[in-house]
Design a protein around this ligand. Structure first.
Ligand code: AMP
Length: 283
């Protein structure tokens, strides 16, 4: 596995691969790799000849200093995991190169960032869109894989690519879960044993909602309160938001028509977790 740190070397390598007619698949990450990230590598491999993974803890997408400070990092272990999974090139730039002194550009995607995480994490998606636009210009991939776990992020990137004419296919990848159903996340490591155990309620409450909607429930309000009660009923879970949204626009809806997105963000202890599922009616 090649490890590239300099932006200009990554660009040169990608230009070389493109001249050789190789299809480049790209998996952007912030490191602390787990099976969720590595499943994206499997998807990228199916769609490309060469897989490039970036590992970059992007400070501009953190609206909370402690969240950034506490974010787990283990670059050597990430290299081992990436290499074992068949990543060809890891791109791990330095922050001083990504955001050199005098850096002034910002990329903002408007409507779709207004709700959900965009509402409770101001500036987050501007940080995401800006760094992803930069990474796309550096790695120059043909395909880029994003996980459905961060569903709003996936839709923001699709909008970004469409609006700014990036010639890149965005490939979604399904959510990978722990045995008890908790969506894998680098932040899971930060959960206390009690919070870790109780956090599995998030997925169980999503499953409950899926069943309710399948058996005819159409009221978003009822679904939201049922999910909310289950999460707060643990005594440790605190709701950041629970919303039922149109799958494409992410606008909130009150009556569930298939398919809709149920999205959750909740704190377990001081760790913020997100998850989502599709709600489909039997109509
Ligand atoms: P992150 O390192 O958290 O920025 O995530 C990098 C990529 O991995 C994003 O596209 C995420 O959506 C994806 N990802 C993170 N966790 C999971 C998971 N449990 N299942 C699927 N994809 C995931």
């Amino acid at each position: 596995m090649e490890i590239i740190k300099e932006i200009s070397l990554m660009q040169a390598r990608s230009n070389e691969l493109r001249l050789q007619n190789k299809k480049i698949g790209f998996v952007p990450t912030m490191g602390a790799l787990h099976e969720g990230h590595l499943s994206l590598v499997d998807v990228a491999k199916k769609h490309s000849d060469i897989v490039v993974m970036s590992i970059y803890l992007n400070p501009t997408q953190f609206n909370n200093k402690d969240d950034l400070k506490n974010y787990p990092a283990d670059l050597e272990q990430d290299f081992r995991f990436a290499s074992a999974r068949g990543v060809d090139i890891v791109f791990c730039p330095l922050s001083e190169d990504i955001y050199p002194k005098g850096f002034q550009a910002r990329v903002e995607v408007d409507g779709i960032t207004k709700g959900l995480c965009g509402a409770t994490r101001p500036g987050h998606f501007m940080g995401v869109a800006t760094v992803v636009a930069k990474l796309f210009n550096i790695v120059m991939p043909h395909k880029a894989v994003f996980g459905e776990k961060d569903f709003q992020q996936l839709q923001v990137i699709r909008q970004l690519v469409k609006d700014l004419n990036f010639d890149i296919d965005i490939v979604p990848a399904p959510i990978v879960r722990e045995k008890d159903g908790l969506a894998m996340s680098s932040r899971n490591k930060l959960l206390s044993p009690e919070a870790r155990e109780k956090a599995s309620i998030i997925n169980r409450s999503l499953e409950w909602a899926e069943k309710e909607v399948k058996s005819g429930e159409k009221s978003a309000k009822k679904i939201i309160s049922g999910v909310g009660e289950r999460i707060t009923g643990t005594g440790i879970g605190e709701i950041d938001y629970i919303k039922v949204c149109n799958l494409n626009t992410l606008d909130e809806i009150s009556e569930i028509s298939s398919p809709a997105l149920l999205a959750i963000a909740a704190f377990f202890g001081n760790v913020r977790l997100i998850d989502n599922c599709l709600l489909s009616t039997n109509d």
